[in-house]
Design a protein around this ligand. Structure first.
Ligand SMILES: Cc1cc2nc3c(=O)[nH]c(=O)nc-3n(C[C@H](O)[C@H](O)[C@H](O)COP(=O)(O)O)c2cc1C
Length: 221
C-alpha cells in the first residue's frame, strides 16, 4: 500500500475498540514521529494512554472518549507552525493508516487533561485520536473540483490529480475552505479562505496535493 492508497482509504474514525496499539507499531510510529519532527521542526508526540483527553461532553457524544491513544501536535509558536502541523501530522495519519490504524484530527479536546510535553516557546495546536476503529469511517461529502480551483486555460493532469486528492483531505467540520490556484508559469498557490483551524487544514491539503501531483510540486515552509 502506498500513501495514495492510504488517502483513499482514510476517513475520520470516532469509535474505537479498547485494544491497545501493539508494541511493534508503537516503535514504528515513534520512529516516524522522530523523522517528521526533524523535517518539520515540530514536537509531535504519541501518548499511549489517552487518559481523559476526550472527556468533554461533545467528545463523548462523538464517541471519541473510546480512543485509546492520542498524538499531541505541538511545535514552536511561530508563523507557520499550524500549517506544518497539518502537513507533517497528515503524513503521520497516512502512515498510521498503512499500519492498519484509524485516526481522527481533533481540534476540540480537553487541554488540561492531555499529558503532553509542551515546552517554553511551544504551542499545543491540536491532537489526533488513534487506535483500532470499530469501523473504517465513511467518505465525506465534498465540494466539486471547480469550487476549489482558480486557473485559466488547460490544466495539466498532475494539477487535476492533486486537486482530486486535496478534496479527500480531512478539514475541520468538513469546511474545505481552501482555493488552489494554477498560475500561468505552472506554479501553484494554496489559499486559505479562513475558518476554524483553516491553517492546519491548508497544511493537510498541501500534503494531499503534493502526493497527487507526483513530483510536479514541492511543498516548502
Ligand atoms: C483541523 C481539524 C480539526 C478537526 N476537529 C475535529 C473535532 O474536534 N472533532 C471531531 O469529531 N472531528 C474533527 N475533525 C474531523 C473532521 O470533522 C473531518 O475530517 C471531516 O468531517 C471530513 O471527514 P473525513 O476526515 O472522514 O474525511 C477535524 C478535522 C480537522 C482537519
Amino acid at each position: 500500500m502506498s500513501e495514495l492508497d492510504a488517502i483513499r482509504e482514510r476517513h475520520s474514525v470516532r469509535s474505537y475498540t479498547p485494544e491497545r496499539i501493539q508494541a511493534e507499531k508503537i516503535v514504528k510510529l515513534n520512529e516516524k514521529i522522530r523523522e517528521l519532527n526533524e523535517a518539520g521542526n515540530l514536537h509531535l508526540q504519541l501518548i499511549e494512554d489517552a487518559g481523559n483527553t476526550y472527556n468533554r461532553f461533545f467528545n463523548k457524544v462523538a464517541g471519541l472518549g473510546s480512543a485509546p491513544s492520542v498524538i499531541a501536535c505541538a511545535g514552536p509558536d511561530d508563523e507557520t507552525v499550524e500549517q506544518r502541523i497539518g502537513y507533517f501530522g497528515e503524513k503521520l495519519v497516512l502512515y498510521a493508516q498503512l499500519l492498519g490504524l484509524n485516526t481522527c484530527w481533533t481540534g476540540m479536546f480537553n487541554k488540561k487533561n492531555i499529558s503532553a510535553d509542551v515546552r517554553e516557546g511551544e504551542k499545543l495546536v491540536i491532537c489526533i485520536a488513534i487506535g483500532y476503529g470499530n469501523d473504517n469511517g465513511k467518505p465525506h461529502k465534498s465540494k466539486d473540483m471547480e469550487q476549489v480551483i482558480e486557473s485559466k486555460g488547460d490544466r495539466p493532469f498532475w494539477f487535476n490529480n492533486g486537486v482530486e486528492l486535496a478534496l479527500l483531505a480531512p478539514t475541520a467540520i468538513n469546511q474545505q475552505k481552501f482555493l488552489i490556484r494554477l498560475n500561468e508559469d505552472q506554479t501553484v498557490d494554496f489559499i486559505d479562505k479562513g475558518g476554524l483551524f483553516s491553517q492546519v487544514d491548508l497544511g493537510i491539503v498541501k500534503c494531499h496535493f503534493e502526493i497527487g501531483a507526483e513530483g510536479h510540486v514541492k511543498v516548502e515552509f
